[in-house]
Design a protein around this ligand. Structure first.
Ligand code: ASP
Length: 344
């Protein structure tokens, strides 16, 4: 009798613990606000506002997961906050094209369904990430560009704005400096201008183990001829499958040529690498060897993540079950997230 009670108790305990382990919320949201930060050019006020915006993006995004919503909702919520902040090169505050326009690109992907949506070269959609999401969910296409993308966004009831909404003095002055240097036929040496990317992205793992990733950008300063970078290209700037999600930031041409986002996930799948190892191989080796630069955020379905980058810094952050947002900017900043193991 005693024996059977002990046995039953032991069985119950085992079941209880394994059920608890299975239900353990491993949900995580990781974000970036661009790679390439130059320390000396950032004012204390800008830095404080950037950190505040990133913490809000993390909290708003994680709130979705806490409410039992899918990863794609967390990604959308986080990126919307960053697009609305003038401090990032996405939505309001985007960089200018050579012709003085803000031309926006974005994409989103859901891991378990491999559904994806993207828009490129848009000038009026207040939140391009919402348009990408609408393309994914409400159309039979993956990518819409220019006027067609805007007509679709209008049909979907998304907010369209006068292009002046996106303009900030800081970005306008940066463009003027580059144009001036071009006119004088001097090399563009302004490090702040050429090395500050500022694209935003998010990758989330929801409570049911689903992954999603998204990216939004104004592209590269002084771009011409309808140039489109990696951010709206599935596999280059954004990728999510059942094991892994990635959002990139950096010199888009190199991210396209190395299909950086999917390459990181393929290494994790086929070589069994960790997010840090796969990120290191693509971001800090492949892309650097090709002559490019930038960074990425990488999240595995185990909850393990990494923030590889090869620039002076990268706006980056994460939030987990305790709901405390962690944010870092500079490479030398102590940041628990940079090497966080799967199970602390
Ligand atoms: N990757 C973006 C592009 O090439 C730029 C950035 O990350 O800021 O369009």
């Amino acid at each position: 009798m005693l024996r059977s009670t002990v046995l039953t108790a032991a069985l119950f305990a085992t079941t209880f613990f394994s059920a608890q382990a299975a239900e353990q919320p491993r949900a995580v949201l990781i974000i970036h606000g661009g790679a390439g930060v130059i320390k000396r050019t950032m004012s204390a006020q800008d830095e404080a506002e950037i950190r505040t915006a990133m913490k809000k993006a993390l909290k708003d995004g994680y709130q979705q997961i806490k409410q039992g919503k899918p990863a794609v909702d967390a990604v959308t919520a986080a990126i919307t906050v960053l697009e609305d902040s003038p401090h990032f090169n996405a939505g309001k505050g985007a960089v200018f094209t050579h012709d003085g326009k803000n031309e926006l690109d974005s994409s989103i992907m859901e891991g378990k369904t491999r559904r994806a949506g993207a828009v490129a070269g848009v000038h009026h959609i207040r939140n391009p990430i919402l348009a990408s999401r609408a393309v994914m969910e409400k159309s039979s296409h993956v990518m819409l560009v220019g006027d067609g993308a805007e007509a679709f966004a209008k049909e979907q009831g998304l907010t369209l704005v006068d292009p002046i909404y996106f303009k900030t003095e800081k970005r306008w002055k940066q463009l003027q400096r580059v144009l001036e240097q071009e006119k004088r036929k001097t090399a563009v040496t302004d490090v702040e201008v050429v090395k500050h990317f500022g694209t935003v992205g998010a990758v989330a793992l929801d409570a049911s183990g689903g992954l999603a990733a998204g990216t939004s950008t104004g592209g590269m300063m002084n771009k011409r001829w309808g140039r489109v970078g990696d951010s709206p290209i599935i596999g280059a700037g954004t990728w999510a499958d059942t094991r892994c999600g990635v959002s990139g930031t950096g010199w888009g041409e190199y991210f396209i040529r190395s299909h950086a986002a999917s390459a990181v996930c393929e290494r994790m799948k086929y070589l069994n690498e960790t997010p840090a190892q796969a990120g290191q191989a693509i971001i800090n080796k492949d892309i650097v060897e090709m002559g490019g630069d930038g960074g990425a955020i990488v999240l595995a379905n185990s909850g393990e993540f990494a923030f590889p980058f090869n620039t002076d810094g990268m706006f980056r952050g994460w939030i987990g079950a305790d709901g405390v947002p962690h944010v870092a900017i500079f490479a030398d900043e102590a940041f628990a997230g940079d090497t966080r193991p799967a199970k602390p």
